[in-house]
Design a binder for this molecule. Structure first.
Ligand code: G3P
Length: 221
C-alpha cells in the first residue's frame, strides 16, 4: 500500500519523508488555509511540497464550473510534473476531469462518498478517487465498505484509477485499508506518528539498556 501524507505542512512532510515511507501528499483547501502566511502564494507552497516529496502531490481546484476548474488545473500543472489536481465530485467536476484527462493533466476526484460516484469518476478518466471514509463513519455508515465496493467495481471493469483511502482518523483505519489491499492511504501526520509507536517498544528498549549497562565494561564492541 502506498502511503500519502494528508497535510500541507512542510515541516511535517519533511519529517516523515526523512523516514523514507512517504510516496505522496494530499492537500485540500482546509489544510492549505492552515499554512497561511508561511509562503508567498499557493504555487510556492505546492512547489515546495513537490520538491520535498518527489511524488504525487494533490492540490485542489475550487472553481464551481468546468472551465474554471480546467483553468486552475492548467496553472497548477505548470508548478511541477508531480502535481495532481483534486476536483470535487460534481457534474461540472466530472466534465472538467474528462477534459483534463484528454490534456494529460492528472486528477484526483475528491469528496467521494459512494461507490457510484467513484464509478463515474473512473469513467471520466480520473487517475485517483478519494472516498472520505472517516466522514462516512461519522454518518453511522461503514466507510471501509465503500472502499471494498469501489475495489470490486474497478476490478470488474479493469479501471486503472487508484483508490486513495481519505479522511483517515486513526491507525485502525490504516490497518483495515491495508488488510483489504487498498492502493493508497492518505494519512494525517499525527496518525502516522501513532502507527510507528508502541509502549512495549519503549519499555523493551529501556529494559535492554538497563540490563546492558550492568555489564557494558565486559562487552565492548
Ligand atoms: O484530504 C481530505 C480528507 O482526508 C479530509 O479528512 O478528517 O477532514 O474528514 P477529514
Amino acid at each position: 500500500m502506498k502511503i500519502f501524507l494528508d497535510t500541507a505542512n512542510v515541516d511535517e512532510i519533511k519529517k516523515m519523508c526523512e523516514l523514507g515511507i512517504v510516496d505522496g501528499v494530499t492537500t485540500n483547501p482546509t489544510l492549505v488555509s492552515k499554512e497561511k502566511g508561511k509562503f508567498k502564494n499557493l504555487s510556492e507552497l505546492i512547489g515546495t511540497i513537490c520538491d520535498v516529496v518527489k511524488g504525487p502531490v494533490s492540490a485542489e481546484a475550487i472553481s464551481d464550473d468546468a472551465n474554471g476548474i480546467v483553468a486552475e488545473a492548467e496553472k497548477f500543472s505548470k508548478i511541477s510534473n508531480y502535481v495532481v489536481v483534486k476536483v470535487a465530485m460534481t457534474t461540472e467536476g466530472l466534465k472538467a476531469v474528462k477534459i483534463l484527462s484528454k490534456k494529460g493533466i492528472k486528477t484526483n476526484m475528491t469528496l467521494i462518498f459512494s461507490a457510484n460516484q467513484a464509478l463515474l469518476a473512473a469513467k471520466a478518466g480520473a487517475n485517483y478517487v478519494s472516498p472520505f471514509i472517516g466522514r462516512i463513519d461519522d454518518t453511522g455508515h461503514e466507510g471501509m465498505q465503500v472502499i471494498e465496493d469501489i475495489q470490486k467495481i474497478f476490478s470488474n471493469y479493469a479501471f486503472n484509477t487508484e483508490i486513495i483511502v481519505a479522511s483517515i482518523r486513526h491507525p485502525l483505519h490504516v490497518l483495515e485499508a491495508a488488510k483489504i489491499g487498498a492502493d493508497i492511504s492518505t494519512i494525517p501526520f499525527n496518525v502516522l506518528d501513532k502507527m510507528l509507536k508502541h509502549p512495549l517498544t519503549d519499555i523493551g528498549i529501556n529494559k535492554f539498556k538497563a540490563d546492558f549497562e550492568k555489564v557494558k565494561d565486559a562487552y565492548k564492541i
